[in-house]
Design a protein around this ligand. Structure first.
Ligand SMILES: [Zn+2]
Length: 421
């Protein structure tokens, strides 16, 4: 199959070019048009984005999301590859489930699925899952996300075993006993509202513990690759910075919701803003932004976490945690931070940076590279209309906002996975 995309620009260039894609590979630039021709409408082309953290809810929770809706939403958001979280029902701790998810996703024609598998059996945090077989089945990483790894000894063993397989362990870093029943960030706002708070120390204490586990292994020449998910506090980021200076293999991701929303949003008492770890303070958000700038934050991830509307309409104490917005992650980042971070850095944080965390080949638009790309309209402002989402979660904190940077076309494996043009 051959496609030629015309009328596109590469980042930092004003020149209008065309790219030809053949059999899943970029054949070359500015060749005579061949096959199907798609007008890129003057959009800017980049490698398709990589999402290291999304909840696609299959198997077992398909009223919230499923592979088809979640991967279609991802493609509409410009993503070519999505790592799905294993806290489903049943938990993805069985090689047969990993295989069936990959097989099913391949037939859908949206974003590519790279499922994460559970680190421990049933995500119970005690016995390790069969990591070797899970890797053989195609698991991308190991994580008990959705739960916290309370048993430090098990986590250490998991880090060692995963490293022997060349795999990353990613962690939801919150101390469960310190978090307790906190439903929002602990601070002036939680106090004013009379809601149970989740202290920043719950995250920082857990990040510190996990870094020390990695440091202990490294000191003995035993490798370990720890990735901290959805890092939300200034203090935890400082700990990661220090770990990097010590030469430890510790990486972290930050979510756009922690950069663009704060605990002030909870004054609405709307559970749409309930997320774990919680929305923090403006000072935290600014510190995280600085981390994106200076490289101490490795990559962006959305933690796309859809729930049914009925679940999110419960009161703050009862509603589940999670915000779903994979379709608007890039427009949100570009509109809010296009000037302060720059287009190139934002795209790097969503393409090359997550690939580096995983040790995957770096995305490229050069001839011979896999044809995974997105064409972005950086000019036209459009209102966020959740009713049009491909995700089953047709609500979002940014509904009604005017954003620019919307994907026009997403190509995955040389095939059109999404198009607005
Ligand atoms: Zn999590």
């Amino acid at each position: 199959m051959t496609i030629t995309i015309t009328n596109i620009k590469r980042i930092g260039s004003d020149q209008t070019e065309s790219v030809t894609i053949e059999n899943g590979t970029i054949k070359g630039w500015n060749l005579p048009a061949e096959g199907e021709t798609i007008d890129g409408q003057g959009g800017t082309v980049a490698p398709a984005f990589t999402e290291l953290h999304a909840h696609l809810r299959e198997p077992g929770q398909t009223e919230k999301e499923d592979l088809s809706s979640g991967l279609a939403a991802a493609a509409a958001g410009g993503y070519g590859t999505v790592v799905s979280m294993p806290n489903t029902s049943p938990v993805v701790d069985d090689p047969a489930i990993v295989r069936s998810l990959i097989q099913k996703a391949q037939g859908l024609g949206f974003a590519r699925l790279r499922p994460a598998a559970a680190l421990t059996r049933g995500q119970q945090g005690e016995a390790l899952a069969e990591l070797t077989y899970l890797k053989e089945a195609g698991a991308a990483m190991f994580t008990d996300d959705g739960r916290t790894n309370e048993n430090a000894r098990t986590l250490r063993l998991g880090l060692e075993t995963a490293a022997s397989l060349g795999m990353v362990v990613s962690v939801h870093a919150e101390d469960a006993s310190l978090r307790a029943d906190g439903v929002m960030n602990e601070g002036a706002v939680s106090e004013a509202l009379g809601l149970p708070g989740n202290p920043a120390a719950a995250e920082a204490a857990r990040v510190a513990r996990d870094i020390e586990i990695v440091a202990g292994l490294h000191a003995q020449g035993r490798p370990a690759r720890l990735h901290i998910q959805h890092l939300s506090t200034a203090r935890a980021l400082d700990l990661v910075r220090e770990a990097k200076k010590r030469g430890l293999s510790v990486t972290c991701e930050v979510c756009p919701h922690h950069l663009t929303l704060t605990d002030e949003a909870l004054r609405s008492f709307d559970a749409i803003y309930k997320v774990a770890p919680p929305l923090r303070t403006q000072a935290d958000a600014e510190h995280l932004l600085e981390g994106l700038r200076d490289g101490s934050v490795d990559c962006l991830a959305t933690d796309h976490a859809p729930h049914t509307r009925a679940e999110k309409e419960r009161d703050l104490l009862e509603a589940p945690s999670g915000i779903a917005y994979i379709e608007l992650a890039f427009p949100l980042m570009y509109t809010r931070f296009g000037e302060s971070l720059g287009l190139e850095r934002i795209i790097e944080l969503m393409t090359t940076a997550p690939a580096r965390v995983m040790g995957w080949p770096e995305p490229s638009l050069e001839a011979g590279a896999p044809a995974d790309l997105v064409v972005l309209d950086l000019e036209t402002e459009r209102t966020v209309e959740p009713a049009t989402f491909r995700s089953k979660a047709k609500f979002t904190p940014w509904a009604g906002e005017s954003l620019k940077g919307w994907p026009l076309l997403t190509v995955v494996d040389g095939k059109v996975a999404y198009r607005r043009v």
